[in-house]
Design a protein around this ligand. Structure first.
Ligand SMILES: Cc1cc2nc3c(=O)[nH]c(=O)nc-3n(C[C@H](O)[C@H](O)[C@H](O)COP(=O)(O)OP(=O)(O)OC[C@H]3O[C@@H](n4cnc5c(N)ncnc54)[C@H](O)[C@@H]3O)c2cc1C
Length: 388
């Protein structure tokens, strides 16, 4: 894109957002609080996210880099980055849907057959059909290739096993399922990726209640679930290749979304509670803000790489680690600044609940999308070249 095109694109995006959304104002925005301990409120939040995704799709801004024949816009990653940047200034979100679209989309676009792309991609992108990721198991998380869920050929495939930490399974129509199809092959080679119908007999979804009170993820039990022979994504026993595409999309996505400006909110809290002159708090604030600024500068560097069509000059694991550390620091700081108010909450003000949830959600960042320790291993071995 030329500079003029870039301006034109931003103008077009802003016109759409101005016409369909309100600018972000702060922690009272509906999009700033994705955690709901009441199932009714959680379902209402999910539907609001879905409504926004439909608006985005219907106006031609969903799947900006996807091919047009699947509902996308055939645009560039840079256009996508500009869109995300602009959208983050408004009180809107597609919530969990944006991640599931990115993950299932990565699997289907890169490895799906043409008939699968035609069947699934458009309803996925509009949020009309919801997907989940059936990868992790009780004994297969970081070491995902040791998964034990089995699929046995019987005309169709019959699947038995258990998945866990499955985000959004309670809303899902389909899952990208990894199952072992060859017990004799080395562990990375005997896995196949399937489209699983979440409404099929034998699929049981049990929500897991987290310490925030919300049930974001689930256990999923698969008992003799029949999966059609043509529901394989990619080749039989080559599911690890599909899994790698999905995990790469997950890493690229994590940390890219912003529901609010954390630095603005933390500094506001410090001022409101008279802590900005406290020498100990000032140190903690300075450390935190520095961390966020470094992250912001690295994000900007990545945006320029995308703009120039270059390979990313910052490793994804470095970004993930900095993001999860900043996220943990801001939760701790928010609660420390509130002091006892963080616990004593009469509901009149959004701050106590918001910062409690931020603190309790810190493990989302340090576990989901690969744990901090696993990313540190990656940085040590692949970036710094240290021995295994
Ligand atoms: C918010 C959230 C959403 C999620 N959504 C989904 C989903 O939709 N679908 C899905 O399939 N999964 C999902 N997960 C699961 C996630 O992928 C796993 O939790 C993650 O891969 C870690 O696996 P585990 O929990 O089994 O921990 P384990 O792998 O058992 O790790 C336990 C501990 O050991 C450490 N460890 C493990 N291996 C090493 C190593 N080689 N070197 C050093 N330390 C190590 C880990 O860092 C961790 O501290 C989600 C998780 C979270 C937090």
């Amino acid at each position: 894109m030329t500079e003029i095109d870039e301006d034109a694109w931003r103008t077009e995006v802003r016109a759409f957002l101005d016409a369909n959304a309100r600018p972000r104002t702060g922690l009272d925005d509906w999009s700033a609080s994705p955690v709901h301990d009441d199932p009714g409120a959680e379902a209402a939040y999910f539907e609001r996210c879905r409504a926004w995704q439909r608006t985005v799709f219907d106006h031609g801004f969903a799947g900006i880099t996807w091919p047009r024949e699947y509902g996308g816009r055939a645009g560039t990653p840079w256009q996508q980055a500009v869109y995300r940047d602009e959208e983050s200034r408004y009180d809107v979100t597609s919530g969990f849907l944006s991640s599931t679209i990115a993950l299932a989309g990565a699997a289907l676009l890169a490895h799906g057959r043409e008939d699968q792309k035609q069947r699934y991609l458009r309803p996925l992108l509009r949020g009309d059909e919801v997907w989940c990721q059936l990868f992790s198991e009780p004994d297969a998380g970081s070491d995902l290739a040791s998964l034990k869920t089995r699929a046995v050929r019987d005309g169709d495939w019959i699947v038995d096993g258990q998945k866990v930490w499955t985000s959004g399974a309670q809303h899902a129509d389909f899952g990208i399922l990894l199952a072992r199809t060859d017990l004799d092959a080395p562990k990375h080679h005997g896995i196949t990726c399937f489209v699983a119908d979440m409404h099929a007999p034998g699929v049981e979804v049990r929500p897991l209640r987290q310490m925030t009170g919300a049930s974001h993820f689930n256990e999923v039990f698969l008992n003799g679930v029949r999966v059609a022979a043509d529901a394989v994504i990619g080749e039989v026993n080559s599911g690890w290749t599909v899994a790698r595409s999905v995990l790469a999309a997950e890493s690229a996505m994590i940390g890219s979304s912003t529901r609010f400006d954390p630095v603005v909110e933390v500094l506001r809290l410090a001022r409101e509670h008279g802590c900005e002159r406290d020498p100990v708090m000032r140190q903690a604030l300075a450390r935190y803000v520095t961390r966020e600024r470094i992250l912001g500068l690295l994000r900007e560097r990545l945006r320029r790489d995308i703009r120039a069509g270059n390979r990313p000059s910052v490793d994804g694991s470095v970004m993930k680690l900095l993001w999860s550390q900043a996220r943990a620091a801001r939760g701790e700081l928010g609660v420390a600044l509130l002091g006892a108010d963080a616990l004593a909450d009469d509901g009149a003000n959004s701050d106590p609940r918001f910062w409690r949830v931020e603190l309790m959600s810190r493990y989302w960042g340090s576990i989901g999308g690969g744990t901090d320790e696993v990313h540190k291993n990656h940085v040590a071995e692949r970036v710094l070249g240290l021995p295994r």
